[in-house]
Design a protein around this ligand. Structure first.
Ligand SMILES: [Zn+2]
Length: 328
């Protein structure tokens, strides 16, 4: 898959490609942005473009050079991450890199070093890297990768060209799931909405038990319709255990409520994310009125931002469920 086949990030790719074509890449980059949007894929693509024996200023992903980059055993392409089981990138790892940098690349092309995630370098490691960057070797490109700049020395960052990678569009993710993963359009639409701009998350959700979970979640939420305070409290207690699961659930509930609203106004239409669960949506639309849905959506929004800040999950969920059992 050459550059034109990568998903999203058109401006970032255009910039890198034009630098590549002029043989004028920066010595060091900092690729930052949310997890799962493709920062590492872009970095690896750039590395392949520097090594590919089939294409100029691009890559084929199929020649032996490209394959070796992908498999992690090209001598001029190195990804540095915390070593097995460790929580940080150590100064020893950076020193090993330094040693390599003193020699010319094996095949006379440029060498690529990726540090991912860069914020996991400890301070010693960062200082060692800083020294290297004071006299950057002309035949190397260094790419730091991380969600945000927090944890990286400002002196180090100031020597890097910063490139921000935003969340992907829902449509970009949806098309990817349909065209490359062979997923049904209705399912891809629902997943792309839940993925929150991350292709990595979309793929994890696609491979995971989300669709099975959704059946269960629909049952739980439906049990609230006929219930009261007690059901709301006990459901909150049952769900609150796993932080990731709560976040996933709330994202689903938000898209579910939104779909019920859309269904209520327009009936079945192509703006519905969970189009493969239309019968369930219809049942909810008969019971849950607009007031209840708007109230719920407001509470979900509050709970989601609260949970990002680590508020008590059970209480946050209780507020959500209580607003669901309140009569219209
Ligand atoms: Zn190639």
């Amino acid at each position: 898959v050459p550059f034109v086949d990568l998903i999203g990030h058109a401006a970032q790719l255009a910039l890198l490609r034009s630098r590549l074509a002029q043989d004028h890449l920066h010595h060091a980059y900092f690729f930052h942005g949310p997890d799962g949007v493709g920062k590492r894929t872009v970095a690896l693509s750039l590395a392949m473009a520097l090594q590919c024996s089939e294409r100029r200023h691009d890559f084929c992903a199929e020649c032996s050079d490209c394959k070796r980059v992908q498999d992690g055993n090209h001598p001029d392409v190195r990804v540095i991450s915390p070593a097995g089981g460790k929580k940080e990138i150590t100064v020893g790892q950076i020193r090993d890199v330094e040693k390599e940098l003193r020699f010319r690349p094996f095949d006379g092309k440029k060498r690529t070093l990726m540090i991912d995630p860069a914020p996991l370098m400890n301070v010693l490691a960062q200082n060692a890297l800083l020294k290297t960057l004071e006299e950057p070797p002309a035949d190397s490109v260094l790419i730091l990768i991380g969600e945000a700049a927090g944890g990286i020395l400002p002196t180090l960052l100031s020597r890097c060209f910063r490139l921000a990678f935003g969340p992907l569009g829902e449509r970009e993710i949806e098309d990817f799931l349909v065209e490359r993963q062979g997923m049904e359009r209705v399912q891809a639409k629902g997943l792309s909405h839940l993925a929150m701009g991350s292709l990595g998350k979309a793929l994890a959700l696609a491979g995971g038990p989300l669709l099975g979970k959704r059946k269960l979640w629909i049952e739980w939420v439906r049990s609230l319709s006929g219930g009261g305070r007690r059901e709301a409290v006990s459901l909150a207690e049952r769900l609150a255990g796993e932080r990731e699961e709560v976040i996933e659930f709330l994202a689903w509930l938000q898209s579910w409520c939104r779909d019920i609203l859309v269904f209520g106004v327009k009936g079945p239409c192509d703006q519905i994310y969970h189009a493969d669960a239309i019968a369930d949506l219809e049942r909810f639309a008969r019971v849950w009125g607009r007031d209840r849905l708007f109230r719920l959506l407001a509470q979900i929004e509050r709970a989601r931002s609260g949970i990002q800040r680590n508020v008590n999950r059970r209480l946050a969920l209780e507020h959500v469920f209580l607003s669901a059992v309140e009569r219209d």
